[in-house]
Design a protein around this ligand. Structure first.
Ligand code: F6P
Length: 348
């Protein structure tokens, strides 16, 4: 590359803790090497609308601990909006040498399309509390979400115990159970229900009854919003929040916790309540682990750009930061069932 590189950065899809640390790492790496970092506002929408902000030293100052994203985000899809050519023209007109797009599995699909269809210089950084991106052991955001779930369990245990209640905690994660399994194991949940494994309400009721028989008059059950639960009336779930969808027709999950609590009350005879942790799981400051991961991912994304290595996603393999072709990120990474097997040893 001749002269200073202009590296653009965007965040797309749902926010999560650690995005700002990643933005800062890309920008500070660029500034450190004499390059220029530019922020694109509201995900790919900002690329289509040429909505940019300079990411100089002051713009990325004091943000390592900040939740959310200073660039704002959106679920704008260039392919569905028919703006791939417009985006290609804007990248050329604004002389962006690289675009670092920080997002989840859907964002990696968009990156792949933009790179393969239009040859655009995309680099992906995997983020999402769901941890469902293929090709990386961890995404940034999971650790903070799991920490929030485990802290909630610690608190709810005291009130569940005082009232001899079953408390069902509904957590996010879309079609995978990473948040449920990590948060649930860390918090010592008495039952964890994840989408990767079909579970009947009767099985969960049996766990609770077993606990009661050994003198534990309360239980904490963690259920992932996308869990595949079989109810006594033969109905299956996931529950889809009254059929709600987002702007592109993707289902909005939610409601399984209340359905499970009602069923458990009937099956066990014990009072059951529901707590939906919802967006609290994505809110606020990232953990130290997420800040470090975000910083390593951001620095690695800059290094790829500096080497003109496009069409790749940075990834964590073991404790090593590496990168893989975007073409290898298709699909959804599900929970390793060995983890569920370990969690099960503590049920009942
Ligand atoms: O993908 C992250 C996530 O928080 C999922 O766990 C959840 O299903 C979804 O986003 C919620 O999306 P929204 O914030 O658009 O309601």
């Amino acid at each position: 590359m001749v002269g200073a590189m202009r590296i653009a950065i965007l965040t797309a899809g749902g926010d999560c803790p650690g995005l700002n640390a990643a933005i800062r790492a890309v920008a500070r790496s660029a500034i450190d090497r004499g390059d220029e970092a530019i922020g694109i506002r509201r995900g790919y929408r900002g690329l289509a609308e040429r909505d940019y902000v300079p990411l100089d030293l002051s713009a990325v100052s004091e943000i390592v601990s900040l939740g959310g994203t200073i660039l704002s985000t959106s679920s704008y899809e260039p392919v569905r909006e028919g703006t791939v050519d417009l985006i290609a023209a804007n990248i050329a007109a604004d002389r962006f040498d690289a675009v670092v797009a920080i997002g989840g599995e859907h964002t990696m699909w968009i990156n792949r399309e933009l790179h393969e269809r239009a040859g655009l210089p995309l680099i992906g950084v995997p983020k999402t509390i769901d941890n469902d991106v293929v090709g990386t052991d961890y995404t940034l955001g999971l650790d903070t979400a799991a920490q929030i779930v485990s802290a909630a369990i610690d608190r709810l245990r005291t009130t569940a115990e005082s009232h001899d209640r079953v408390i069902v905690i509904e957590v996010m994660g879309r079609n995978t159970g990473w948040i449920a399994i990590h948060g649930g194991i860390a918090g010592g949940a008495d039952g964890i229900v994840i989408p990767e494994f079909e579970t009947t309400c009767k099985q969960i009721a049996a766990v609770i009854t077993r606990r009661h028989r050994r003198g534990k008059d309360f239980s904490i059950i963690v259920v992932a919003e996308g869990a595949k639960l079989c109810f006594e009336n033969g109905q299956g779930h996931p529950v889809q929040n009254g059929g709600a969808t987002d702007e592109y027709g993707y289902p909005r999950l939610g409601g399984i916790g209340a359905a499970l609590a009602a069923e458990l009350e009937t099956l066990t005879g014990y009072e059951a309540r529901t707590v939906v942790l919802g967006h609290l799981q994505r809110a606020g400051s990232p953990t130290a682990r997420d800040r470090v991961l975000a910083t390593r991912f951001g620095a690695a994304a800059y290094d790829l750009a500096a080497r003109n290595e496009f069409g790749r996603m940075v990834a964590l393999h073991g404790d090593e930061i590496t990168s893989i072709p975007l073409a290898e990120t298709a699909g959804v990474k599900t929970v390793d069932l060995d983890l569920l097997e370990i969690a099960r040893r503590f049920f009942g």
